[in-house]
Design a protein around this ligand. Structure first.
Ligand code: GTP
Ligand code: MG
Length: 195
């Protein structure tokens, strides 16, 4: 199963958001967690979002039209160190403006590295969403790196850390490398977009 995804526009400020307003599902999470890879995986490589091992590769708000009906929005990662403070601050303001002004965001898909315990920035982002009254869906990335018992331990930690994970419909494992969770995620995204 694949989604039909096409790149529409990159916005570097709010004036550049697409004129055509549609429901939006936003991909967010720390730099390097696998946002752009996820987008490419669910579209069978057609979305061609830029993937890099250099943190901070995606610097704009990137709009992808999905199934001709809604946008998947690829956001720049946060928490990367190789930046001067000013850049980080202006990046934060742009994203904050985006979240407050879009008016179309149905759901935030928050990507979390399944291999590591929650970082402060992961928790901060969940608090931010909860203040915006924006529900989040947790995608536990890079699950190809975990064996079965490590997956169980990771799940246990996620359930005890994130309020969103109190509902089993709000999280799942995912791997762009071996396709783990791909069909499940596509179904979830389609469901969330029309809700
Ligand atoms: P920024 O745009 O900097 O915020 O990063 P991003 O979240 O978009 O991450 P990106 O998709 O660019 O991936 C970062 C690195 O992780 C790349 O080297 C990918 O190849 C690797 N990666 C992404 N997904 C997976 C996965 O499922 N498994 C493994 N093993 N590696 C992955
Ligand atoms: Mg990216």
């Amino acid at each position: 199963m694949n989604l039909k995804v096409e790149f529409i526009a990159s916005a570097y400020n709010l004036d550049q958001l697409p004129k055509l307003r549609l429901p939006e599902i936003v991909l967010c999470g720390r730099s390097n967690v696998g946002k752009s890879s996820l987008l490419n995986t669910i579209s069978a490589g057609k979305a061609v979002a830029k993937v890099s091992s250099t943190p901070g590769k995606t610097e704009s708000v990137n709009y992808f039209l999905c199934e001709g009906k809604f946008y998947l929005v690829d956001l720049p990662g946060y928490g990367y160190a190789n930046r001067d403070k000013k850049t980080v601050e202006s990046w934060g303001k742009m994203i904050d403006m985006y979240f407050r002004n879009s008016g179309q965001i149905k759901r935030a898909i928050h990507l979390i590295d399944s291999r590591h315990p929650a970082q402060t920035s992961d928790i901060d982002l969940e608090v931010y969403f909860s203040n915006l009254n924006l529900p989040s869906f947790l995608v536990l990335t890079k699950s190809d790196k975990l064996n079965q018992s490590e997956k169980s331990a990771s799940l246990k930690l996620v359930k005890s850390t994130y309020e969103a994970a109190s509902n089993p419909e709000n999280y799942q494992f995912f791997s762009s490398t071996n396709g783990d969770g791909k069909d499940q995620l596509i179904k979830r995204i389609l469901h969330l977009a029309v809700k």
